[in-house]
Design a protein around this ligand. Structure first.
Ligand code: ZN
Length: 464
């Protein structure tokens, strides 16, 4: 009988890695992501299975917690085939190269420091290097399209459908025959919100014998996106009218494109005071170009912009600053909007802008994404009066605003509404969520759908 084991993202959010074992069929892995945050040490532990025995890797989307360990999988012997959307693979290249560069850089810094105290042997080698990332793209890759069923061999089929969330994100249905009966197992991947400005609504799936459902925000409902947009517009307008600048630390994928669309709409509606907007993040610039390239997978709003302007995101106020010299020139600009990484202020160009603008009370710092514990972003959100940037102390005098309503993930209502779209839904298994939050979600599913959901434990054998 076919079964599945989760080797990551079980009772935790990150490290997505699930393996489906089908009798006399191929062994199929869905995602191979990195553990992040407090559980990141798990990346250095063995996978728990033999990578050589995996025949096929299906990828739901290009976030690091879904693709981040693929270079390691290849390094440790995976020789199968990769199937995903072309947009996901292009985005994964941007994400994985950035991750490898960061790890190599961190290793060099730690090694140098450890050498001085004679402890260099204790420094962990980077999980993988740029060469390891390049090896992934030399593997056999088959590109799929939304809605078209592909044959995985031995009677096993897969269908990818648009999941919203980020460019290329998909839910994946795998079907196979067992004792004369067709069985369907569905992986939700990460699900987006309905009516998103950039992404399409997550598509419904008709049937599942077993559904593996993400549960990141299964415990709560987001603050209305409309209110968040209003708050965002207010901070931007007021700051610019007072001749101040707005700093927006932003994640390169999805949040940046969402912010750019909101700003463009403000411009269209005559709500945006004249200013320069700098997208000052090479990774975000690359990702934005990919969003343009694969526009067919995006919302109607994006495609309307494209039809009208020849580009989704560009408009007269927007400037891309790819090169370091271009980035430095921003320092002499007055009253502008700067969007830069990293999203949680743990590195990247945003730190340079902090040095130049955070000390002045005419400026605003606008957080539009989650700030994890222990990050510089979180310290500022919690009211730090001073911070250290490159060993220099900077006073936090700019107005700090946190807007919580932007999210790439469906909330509890969104997840349940998506589940209600099934014509036939068998077992529901929760993955990709913190255990405490999953327990709350499980209760909500019981109450609203009369359905008993199961919280998947790490490496638990789940029969399909
Ligand atoms: Zn994701």
């Amino acid at each position: 009988m076919a079964y599945l084991r989760s080797y990551g993202a079980a009772e935790t959010v990150t490290g997505s890695c699930h393996v489906l074992y089908i009798d006399k069929g191929p062994t199929i892995m869905v995602d191979c992501g990195m553990y992040q945050g407090s559980v990141e040490k798990r990346n250095f532990k063995p996978f728990g299975f033999n990578p050589k025995k995996i025949d096929i890797l299906l990828i739901t989307h290009a976030h690091l917690d879904h693709v981040g360990r693929i270079p390691l999988l290849v390094k440790e012997g995976f020789r199968g085939k990769i199937l995903t959307l072309r947009s996901t693979m292009d985005l994964a290249e941007v994400v994985l190269l950035d991750s490898a560069h960061l790890m190599e850089e961190e290793f060099r810094t730690r090694f140098r420091k450890a050498l001085r105290i004679g402890k260099e042997k204790k420094v962990n080698k980077p999980l993988y290097t740029v060469d390891d990332v390049e090896a992934v793209f030399d593997m056999p890759i088959e590109f799929v399209e939304y809605g078209k069923t592909v044959d995985l061999g031995k009677g096993v089929k897969a269908t990818f459908r648009n999941a919203g969330h980020i460019l290329g994100a998909a839910t994946i249905e795998v079907s196979f025959k067992e004792r004369g009966r067709t069985k369907r197992v569905v992986f939700s991947g990460d699900l987006g919100n309905r009516n998103d400005i950039v992404m399409q609504d997550p598509q419904n799936v008709p049937e599942a014998d077993t559904l593996f459902l993400e549960s990141t925000y299964g415990d709560r409902n987001h603050k209305g996106i409309k209110e968040s947009e209003i708050e965002f517009k207010q901070v931007v307008t007021e700051t610019l009218l007072e001749r101040g600048s707005v700093l927006i630390p932003s994640f390169a994928i999805e949040r940046t494109q969402e912010i750019l669309c909101i700003l463009k709409k403000m411009y269209d509606d005559g709500q945006l005071p004249e200013c320069k907007i700098f997208l000052d993040s090479p990774m975000a610039i690359r990702a934005t170009h990919l969003y343009d390239l694969y526009h067919e997978e995006l919302s109607k709003c994006c495609n309307d912009f494209l039809k009208r302007d020849g580009s989704i995101f560009e408009f007269p106020y927007l400037h891309y600053t790819l090169k370091p010299e271009e980035s430095k020139k921003i320092n002499s600009e007055d009253s502008c909007i700067i969007i830069a990484g990293s999203g949680m202020c743990t590195g990247g160009r945003i730190l340079h802008h902090f040095k130049h603008r955070l000390w002045s009370e005419k400026n605003a710092l606008l957080f539009v994404g989650y700030q994890a514990n222990g990050t510089l972003g979180r310290r500022i959100v919690e009211g730090a009066k001073k911070i250290k940037v490159y060993r220099e102390e900077i006073a936090v005098r700019a107005h700090v605003h946190t807007i919580n309503g932007f999210s790439a993930h469906a909330d509890q209502n969104g997840l349940i509404e998506w589940m209600e779209g099934f014509e036939r839904l068998g077992k529901v298994c929760l993955i990709h969520g913190e255990y405490d939050k999953q327990k709350i979600f499980k209760k909500a599913i019981a109450k609203r759908m009369g359905k008993k959901a199961h919280i998947v434990a790490p490496r638990e054998k789940i029969y399909i």
